[in-house]
Design a protein around this ligand. Sequence first.
Ligand code: CA
Length: 233
Amino acid sequence: MLNVEAVNARLGRVLVVEDDPGIATQMVRGLTRAGYETGSVTTGQAALDWPVPDVVLLDLGLPDIDGVEVCRRLRQSCDAAIIIVSARGEESDRVLALDEGADDYLIKPFGLQELLARIRAVLRRSRQPAGHSQVLQHGPLTVDLRTHKVSVHGQQIAVTPKEFAILECLASDPGRVVTRQEMLERAWDEHWYGPTKVLDVHMAALRKKLGDPHLIETVYGHGFRLADQDAGS
Ligand code: CA
């Protein structure tokens, strides 16, 4: 199906963090066949010690450190996209993991094609094609689409791929109200069928990081927009 030799180099590096050898073997096999450079570890500590990959597929029930804690530490130390792959499917589990910086959440059992689609989606979010260099500026906010760097009042802020996607949505047409549905579709890909509450979780985290509660306005019943910056324009 895929010309593995040709795409291998640029598809990306994926780390599977899974203590169930059956599931791990299946995932590694599928990912390798799809052309990803794939590594596999069975503990949280080994995941934290691993050279930073492009995508981490993270089980929550690990023998040493809980996956949510691993997620939190990974997010603090690197900008790899994190997809939780877990049998824990409760909304509270999802929200907790997303709150700790996960980019997506896949519930076991899952199909390989869906896993691959989600990996493509997070990679698409964290990469911009060459030549698409563009810097969006709105008031004190600067969003660099090529380097994925965000700054407020010249101060650089570390954001997760999802938070960046939200900002990209808003900053690409400042002042326009972006509906919740539109944001979920653009930032979470068409494969997102989960609760829309995750958007609020990411939005709250993003606002906190931006440090200015008035930068992103909630338009009740509609969605969000970047606030007017009269002073700056
Ligand atoms: Ca497990």
